[in-house]
Ligand binder design. Sequence first.
Ligand code: ASP
Length: 425
Amino acid sequence: MNVFKKIFNLPLYVQILLGMIIGIIIGMIALPLNGTTFVEHWIRPWGQIFIRLLQLIAIPLVFVSLVKGVIGLKDISTFSRLGGKTILIYIGTTIVAVLLGISLGLIVKPGNLVNQEQVLSMQESYQSVVTEKKLAAEQTHDQGPLAFLNDIVPNNIISAAGDNSKMLQVIFFAVFFGIAMLTIPQEKVKSVAALFDGLNDIILKMVDYIIRFAPWGVAALMAGLVTDFGGDVSIFSALAVYALTVFAGMTLIAYLFYPTLIHFFSSVKVSNFIKAIYPVQLFAFTTSSSAATLPVTMEAVEKDLKVSREVSSFVLPVGVTINMDGTSCYQSIAVLFIAQVLGIDLSLSQLLTIIGMTVLSSIGTPGIPGGSYVILTMVLTSVGIPAEGLALILGIDRPLDMLRTAVNVTGDATVASIIDKAKSQ
Ligand code: ASP
């Protein structure tokens, strides 16, 4: 009894790691005992339920957190002075991060380290879903260069919200809704804003419950994957290289990309920036939550980087919701890794979809530990990669989450410094 109590008191990421190990052991035991069907019928469904829960919450989460993010730009006068620039820079840095992630994933190809025979059998089992999506993607490709705009603008919000692969349409509606709301006198829409505040809390609570189920879900999915892989262990070396690839991406963004931006576009010295941001990174690293780090980020940015309060109080809270360079770089590497392990060849148009989806979906990712799991299921579905592939990476995700959160907050501080200089010019 006591042992169970102790296990439940462990931090969630340790529980997830334990879940992964237990899943592997179950799979390994099932294999020689011919228990594959047992795993398939009695264990794997729990993992699938976990994935379904993540998918279930994705649309409400993206919708509510985006609307809240946009209406957080409340003061329309600050918004019109600083908003456009801030958002452009945020999106620009996110695009760079995603392109870096895609390049690293394509150059290193961590997923290709998995035994190719296993990949072939995975490919067979998932081929039908992939082909269907690929055909759909190619059809859009044939329709002309602006066809993607058609895909972004929904003609019916209910059907857009009813299909997880149409997340861009939901994002479009949420941003449109939020902007319209911003232009109406606050008094009139006060109750709607309060409603979104409440909804946001409720949905984050639901995400919290779902993520608590992760150790069980991961154990079940892992057991299924081990039987799929017939006990092959090459997946672990692939995972190690995947983690190193993410690490390389994070280091490049934090220590090359941001310092370059700081050097050319802000009035802060790079060495001062690195010194001031270090404790913030440490806090983000330990909490894995950029939202929880916000007060620490604000203090460092105002006191040590001497950014004006007007800029920091607008740019940083907005950044927590919409600017996640670490997360988006990681997401693109993760999607490519899962595709490589499952033997899914991505076409150019699918790669473009991944780029678009990761840029926009990092906007909807909540700044909480594991916030990107929910969003990843949607990016995967949108290009026809089975969301169960997530199981491959969840077990070792916590250290990567810590790293990407540290990068996320560094990005917010970088942009705040840039905007502060631009404002005073
Ligand atoms: N934990 C990250 C953050 O708070 C979000 C994520 O990538 O999961 O910034």
